[in-house]
Design a binder for this molecule. Structure first.
Ligand code: NAP
Length: 260
């Protein structure tokens, strides 16, 4: 299927690895010129060079912390202040217990997983409205639908972003801009290794055993792949997604047991 976005420009945040990289790869395959971002310059530059060589598009790496004003300013500068496609993403907050999180912990999580996405939309969506075309995909989490107790910081921040998008997406839809969220269940990335390491430590089992147990709880019996996640993201950024507005698209292998 031709996604109809060849020649568009896009920003994919937190994209040197994992789900962000999967999204960048799929958008590049569809012919989108990209700015990609992560904090670590070395991995980011290697990823940008690989994607550009493989798909023949322009990929500009900007090493910066996307959760800071300064980092976002540098990324927006590299875009010349405008993009047709925005994929928001950042690292997830650490697990813990609800009794232990301080105000600072909450502010940090809300900054990274709620306010950063909102700031980027506020910076880039007005230009999309002017040009009468735009697509935004926010990478959130399965935890928005089925909260994961040890990830309370993530549950809290992402719930806020979900509420914001529910309203704002309807306000910008008349102008040809489609804003949606993409909700990963467990995917085989470094984040999954880090979460499984926490479970292994807490339960006194091996990392492999933690993964086997988690896989057994998913109807597909496997973790998701960044490539498949990226392909869904690229579809949500395509011409064909014009009627998809304010949705929360869940990719979790059927792990959330609900009818809708
Ligand atoms: P990952 O494999 O650990 O990759 C994270 C990427 O984000 C890396 O490129 C990392 O590079 C970059 N990054 C992290 N913090 C950043 C920051 N402050 N500014 C810029 N770049 C940053 O993680 P992932 O699995 O792709 O997860 C992506 C998001 O999805 C996270 O918010 C995670 O909580 C959420 N999620 C993941 C899963 C899953 O199973 N994988 C499930 C539910 C939700 P640097 O470290 O160099 O910055």
């Amino acid at each position: 299927m031709d996604l109809g976005i060849r020649g568009k420009t896009g920003l994919v945040c937190a994209a040197s690895k994992g789900l962000g990289r999967g999204c960048a790869e799929a958008l590049a395959e569809a012919g989108v010129d990209l700015v990609i971002n992560a904090r670590g310059a070395e991995a980011l530059e290697a990823t940008a060079a690989e994607i550009a060589a493989k798909h023949g598009v322009k990929v500009t790496p900007v090493a910066a912390d996307i959760t800071t004003d300064e980092g976002r300013a540098r990324v927006l500068d590299a875009l010349g202040g405008q993009a047709d496609i925005l994929v928001t993403n950042a690292g997830g907050p650490p697990p813990g217990n609800w009794t232990d999180w301080s105000r600072d912990d909450f502010i940090k999580a809300i900054d990274a997983n709620m306010l950063t996405a909102i700031a980027l939309m506020q910076a880039l969506v007005p230009g999309m409205i002017e040009r009468k075309w735009g697509r935004v995909v926010n990478i959130t989490s399965q935890s928005v639908r089925t909260p994961i107790s040890v990830l309370g910081l993530s549950n809290t921040a992402r719930a806020g972003l979900t509420g914001f998008v529910a309203g704002m997406s309807r306000q910008v839809a008349p102008h040809g801009v489609a804003v949606n969220n993409l909700l990963p269940g467990i995917h085989a990335t470094d984040r999954a290794v880090s979460l499984d390491t926490g479970v292994a430590k807490a339960e006194g089992i091996s990392l492999e055993e933690a993964r086997i147990r988690r896989e057994a709880s998913i109807p597909t019996r496997t973790y998701g792949l960044a490539e498949d996640f990226g392909a869904t993201c690229a579809f949500m950024c395509s011409q064909h997604a014009r009627f998809m507005i304010g949705q929360n698209v869940l990719l979790d292998g059927g792990a959330s047991n609900s009818a809708i």
